[in-house]
Design a protein around this ligand. Structure first.
Ligand SMILES: [Zn+2]
Ligand SMILES: [Zn+2]
Length: 423
């Protein structure tokens, strides 16, 4: 038996760490075609080497045949794993992969009525020409927001962007080595941390959140109504335990406790009501969960409706990178009790309804397996400015699906992840 804390498969484990570091080098050279090709060639070979060196140790590893055969069986059925093996053979024996750079445009005119549409263009086309090609069609009004991203794909795997594809292979190998360590009853082993510092010996079955597959730096956003770009600014705030304690005391709220998105949503509403009464206002918040674990919290701010559409697509990007399976969103919003239509017969959003709209606090929770809940707490302010809450309403009390509609990009993203078999 291998003693605890000693790696049973040091060669394979170090190769996996190499792959982690190489993946970041690949991501960092995205806009330099030759450097990108060079790092991709190394990474593809590095990924293959993990299984090669693991197989060399097979006689020393308990139940190797059982768990390794299971891995091979899964890999045989995975187009990504087959691509990875074929690519390595190609690079070693023949030539480079046939990489193509594409420009992808996502257009969101008004998602309640139109949804998102995607276009792909050859790389050398200027942004202006691409927009011209889309909007010269009279059926495509020049409204809403477009996001332009340039991406690398291999001819042999046209549906996957390269960072995404190689990350999936890395995840599969990370799971394989986790299984190998479990088979040897080794919970953790230590190797020197490397560059970048996220390259540690920690093994996990979850995707690493540092492997960002939708980086903002590779996207360009244009507001078509304003005819101007939208700049995204992300300000990371490290969790501060002292400040958290202080805030809990100020608002008189307790820890949220454990639970998935559906279980935490009512608790968040409870806490948010307390905060609103105390502060008279509440910021927007988004929680990303995987099972009962909160992976990340964001406080999105946007200047107008188009920026809001964009924000929800960027939150969906984050869901994909973190592989979150639960999502909660909290916002102050306008609330109406009936439907009114404008002169064109279009449903009027509550925000445009003038005096008959009310303020409300809304919390939406959803899970990847298809459950969702919307809690709405209408409130008014008395003449001293004090917030007075009405009863909290659940989905079943309301026929208003507009709020749910805002989360379309996240629900769609989960469906795409399901279709690709990403768990
Ligand atoms: Zn190890
Ligand atoms: Zn990393």
């Amino acid at each position: 038996m291998t003693p605890a804390n000693q790696c049973p498969v040091p060669a394979a484990h170090k190769r996996l760490m190499d792959c982690h570091a190489m993946w970041h080098s690949l991501a960092n050279s995205y806009m330099q075609p030759d450097t990108f090709r060079m790092h991709l060639n190394s990474l593809i070979q590095g990924l293959r080497n993990v299984t090669f060196v693991l197989q060399k140790q097979k006689r020393e590893l308990p139940h190797f045949e059982t768990w390794y055969t299971e891995f091979q069986e899964q890999a045989r059925h995975s187009p990504l794993m087959r691509w990875s093996v074929n690519s390595r053979n190609r690079i070693v024996k023949e030539s480079d992969l046939e990489l193509h750079s594409e420009a992808k445009i996502r257009w969101v005119a008004d998602w309640l009525t139109k949804g998102e549409r995607n276009f792909t263009f050859p790389p050398r086309m200027a942004s202006r020409e691409m927009l011209g090609a889309i909007f010269s069609d009279p059926g495509n009004p020049r409204v809403g927001i477009v996001t332009l991203s340039r991406r690398w794909v291999d001819k042999a795997l046209p549906d996957y962007e390269i960072l995404h594809a190689t990350r999936e292979v890395y995840i599969a190998l990370g799971r394989l080595l986790t299984t190998a360590h479990e088979a040897c009853r080794v919970e953790s082993c230590t190797f020197e941390t490397r560059e970048p510092p996220c390259v540690t010996s920690r093994l996990t079955r979850d995707p690493l959140r540092c492997m960002e597959i939708n980086p903002g730096a590779l996207q360009e956003h244009i507001d078509l109504n304003a005819g101007a770009g939208i700049q995204e600014i992300i300000r990371p705030i490290p969790r501060d335990e002292k400040a958290t304690q202080k805030a809990r005391k100020r608002y008189g709220i307790t820890e949220l406790g454990k639970g998935d998105a559906m279980e935490l949503t009512p608790k968040i509403m409870q806490a948010a009501r307390t905060v609103l009464v105390r502060d008279k206002k509440h910021a927007n918040f988004a929680w990303f969960l995987r099972g009962d674990d909160i992976l990340d919290v964001m406080s999105p701010m946007y200047a107008d409706q188009n920026a809001k559409y964009l924000t929800f697509h960027r939150l969906a990007d984050r869901v994909e990178t973190l592989r979150a399976d639960g999502f909660i969103y909290l916002a102050e919003t306008w609330y109406v009790t009936d439907h009114k239509y404008d002169e064109n017969g279009k449903l009027m959003p509550a925000r445009d309804r003038g005096r008959d709209r009310m303020e409300a606090l809304q919390v939406f929770g959803a899970t990847r397996d298809g459950r969702h809940i919307t809690l709405t707490a209408p409130f008014s302010r008395n003449r001293f400015g004090k917030v007075v809450f009405g009863e909290t309403l659940t989905d079943s009390d309301m026929d208003d699906m507009n709020y749910f509609g805002s989360f379309g990009p996240i629900i769609e993203r989960w469906k795409a992840m399901d279709a690709r078999g990403e768990d």
